[in-house]
Design a protein around this ligand. Sequence first.
Ligand SMILES: NC(=O)c1ccc[n+]([C@@H]2O[C@H](COP(=O)([O-])OP(=O)(O)OC[C@H]3O[C@@H](n4cnc5c(N)ncnc54)[C@H](O)[C@@H]3O)[C@@H](O)[C@H]2O)c1
Length: 368
Amino acid sequence: MTRRIVLAGASGYGATYLREIAQLEARGLVRLVGLCDLQPLGPDAGKQFGDRPFDTRLDRLLAGTSPDLAVVATPIHTHLPLSRQVLHAGCHLLLEKPPAPSAAEWQEILTLSRHEELSCQVGFQSLGSGACTRLTELMAAGELGEIRGIGCYGAWSRDAAYYQRSAWAGRRELNGVPVADGALTNPFAHAVATALALDRSTGWDDIADLDVELLRVRDIQVDDTSCLRLRTARDTVITVAVTLAARTPAEPVIVVHGTRRRAELHYTRDLLLLDGQREHHGRTSPLENLLAHLDDGVPLHSDIAACGAFTRVLEHINATPEPRLISERWLAHEGDGSRTHIPGVEQAVRASAEQLATFAELGEPWAV
Ligand SMILES: NC(=O)c1ccc[n+]([C@@H]2O[C@H](COP(=O)([O-])OP(=O)(O)OC[C@H]3O[C@@H](n4cnc5c(N)ncnc54)[C@H](O)[C@@H]3O)[C@@H](O)[C@H]2O)c1
């Protein structure tokens, strides 16, 4: 069946959807019936989809094109208003992550989608990885033994231009509305959501207690170097230690410490290491999975309802005092000063995942 689809947000991450939609169109699975953005289409998108209806207002585009589903890949603080328009128009929704910048907004999207009996998938693409599914199954079957804990580490590098690219980058709020663009809630949101999913603790009530250390190396409102530790209702300890101020960036890893086996999930690479043995897997994208759900009732990989525990973490971070600026004496700068890193942070995030410890417990001097 060919589904009629519209895309809101055609550049930035939306460009990924444009490429995927072009491929799905070629397979006859979707037909792009309209595009919405505040900016005109760029040259590539114009060449490919310049013949399709374009509007700066999503509600008007939805009314004029009657799609089956809409993809919303716009800034976080626009997710609720645009989701309302999609769901009120009777369309299924694929919403980029994080689904909303506050618990109240997440709850409203969830309630509305249920009320309208429409599907809402959230774009946590790591949850569609075969490596993630396999590890979840192994854990559930007890193959790793008792789970002693799950630790995630991530070390990326973002320069000054990253935070200058848009008005909402690096913001907790913008013009009085929440944005929640911190390292744990946006760039490393997949780490948090995937660790929770591995433990099958995705509901709001599946977290027993949680704590965060929020730090920053830049003049921004949010954390760029952070450590989350929580205990799920099934008594699993989960830590997520991440930074955007690494000198030597590497892809993030989730370590599952079992009493019998150790697993490492490299969630951006669909790679699973079981006691060091490598398994490469494929992945199904959030859009393909949503189409299969609509056609054949295949379960969604990332239903909006299954973002409860993630949103609880986000809400906790929103309520935590602003991140502390790391003292200049622990920082190093490169080039024209646009790149800042914390020497040794790569080892610190890794140690956190291995020992399920916070930066302060590890005695990291920049964290205490
Ligand atoms: N899944 C992933 O791996 C991944 C990666 C990067 C970003 N994202 C998510 O994608 C979303 C977009 O992020 P981005 O960095 O591309 O943002 P962005 O600021 O680059 O904006 C994306 C596009 O949305 C348009 N836009 C803004 N407000 C709009 C509105 N009200 N109506 C229609 N269009 C509007 C912008 O003009 C732009 O073309 C965010 O939720 C982000 O967290 C997901």
